[in-house]
Design a protein around this ligand. Structure first.
Ligand code: SF4
Length: 418
């Protein structure tokens, strides 16, 4: 392992909560509905994150806990029952209903697991109910996906069939491209979790080899291992090198020759490296500070340093699973400073003191930093954009080169005004 420097930090945090993940999960599984059991704040968050759909019937909603529920003066279970009944009657197309816990539902200790169990009995054969927490008390926004996927694992049937299972939400077109590459190198039984329909959950078992597409799925991985799946440890498929190593790791698990992989991906990799060049020109030598929010920070730092030439000042991550991240950590330059956790004020002091060219951070921190003249990139954009795979490397780099370019243009215009 490269000699990276590990530090831990605790204190005030400024991150999105797990409810945010509903935005990409409900797009991935159009037959599912996400019912947040929370407050008006939760409803506002999810509506503004997903955009308020006025004409379409949304596939997420909030069962609002009123003050009397929070004060224990009303039976929140009865109210929740009523909301679910209305919803199922009005929306017969819903096949899976996720009951999503929030800070308020956790504070009043609403037992959503028992609620889901009762509803499963009542609506048996019609709708499946699962529950998970999207609360922001202890978790960050990508862990919402981890909770949602973990809640589905017990519903996955068992098989001994040999297969490759890609775990973590991918854009559909990216998933198709990966499947094509795997087919061309000789792995044709490839499935994805989450699937495109919530009712089409892949079967799993001792001959299932799991290849993660996202680094923030620790709880899901643990449960898949308990079901006998084998985890393929690899860097994550960001950038040309990361994606190549990710594909090679899968090939190795299926005993496919490395040469075969290179034959298939060489044209893609050459094209992608050429497309990267114009972004590398902008990014090379620029100083990067990553604040913790998405758990993608370590993979992004590896890509932006190794393939785009950026200098890493500090790489923050909300949570570090050293087993899942070992292959990534090995690829980082020696002395990279990794900080797990957050004390937002101390981190902002370090940002200001180090004078970075670009800061990757949450939306709440971006505006104040921009006002101080520091270019930023929202970490949440990484989960809304199709950034995985060899052929997406230039698009990924562009997410970081664009704010620097914009800043250059603005600075030159300001100078011209004077
Ligand atoms: S779950 Fe918690 S952090 Fe998220 S919107 Fe609701 S109250 Fe806020």
């Amino acid at each position: 392992m490269s000699k990276v420097e590990f530090n831990k930090e605790t204190g005030p945090r400024e991150v999105f909560c797990g409810l945010t993940s509903i935005v990409w999960l409900h797009r991935r599984m159009p037959d599912a509905f996400f019912l947040v059991v929370g407050s008006r704040t939760c409803a506002h968050l999810i509506q503004s994150a997903a955009g308020v759909m006025i004409f379409a019937e949304p596939r997420f909603g909030t069962a609002i806990l009123e003050e009397k529920d929070l004060a224990g003066l009303a039976d929140a279970h009865e109210e929740l029952d009523r909301v679910v009944n209305d919803l199922i009657t009005r929306r017969p197309e819903i096949k899976t209903l996720f009951l999503v816990g929030s800070c308020p539902s956790e504070v009043i200790k609403l037992d959503l697991a028992t609620v889901a169990e009762k509803l499963n009995k009542r609506f048996s054969g019609q709708v499946r109910f699962v529950n998970y927490s999207g609360s922001g008390i202890e978790t960050t926004f990508t862990q919402g996906e981890d909770g949602a996927l973990k809640s589905l694992v017990p519903l996955m049937e068992t098989t001994d069939e040999k297969k490759l299972l890609l775990v973590g939400t991918l854009a559909n077109n990216v998933e198709d491209r990966f499947k094509k590459i795997f087919k061309n190198i000789g792995i044709s039984n490839v499935e994805s979790f989450p699937p495109r329909q919530s009712t089409e959950l892949p079967k799993i078992g001792k001959n299932t080899k799991v290849l993660l597409t996202q680094p923030y799925l620790s709880d899901t991985v643990r449960d898949l291992k308990h079901r006998g799946c084998e985890i393929i440890y690899a860097p994550f498929p960001l950038g040309v090198d990361g994606s190549t190593k990710w594909i090679l790791a899968a090939a190795d698990a299926f005993k496919i020759q490395e040469l075969k992989v290179h034959e298939v991906i060489a044209p893609l990799a050459n094209r992608a490296r050429q497309a990267l060049e114009k972004h590398t020109e902008i990014l090379k030598g620029k100083k990067l500070f990553l604040l913790p929010e998405s758990q993608l920070e370590i993979s992004l730092a590896r890509f932006l340093h190794n393939e785009c030439g950026m200098e890493l000042i500090e790489v923050g991550t909300p949570y570090l699973n050293k087993d899942l991240m070992e292959e990534e950590l090995n690829l980082l330059p020696d002395d990279t400073k990794i900080v797990e956790g957050q004390h937002v004020e101390k981190q902002l002091d370090r940002v200001r003191a180090s004078n970075p060219d670009l800061v990757v951070c949450g939306m709440g921190l971006a505006n104040p930093l921009e006002a101080e003249g520091i270019s930023t990139k929202w970490s949440i954009e990484m989960v809304f954009s199709p950034i995985h795979g060899i052929d997406q490397a230039a698009d990924l780099a562009e997410l970081f080169s664009r704010p620097l370019k914009r800043n250059q243009i603005l600075t030159s215009k300001t100078l011209a005004t004077y």
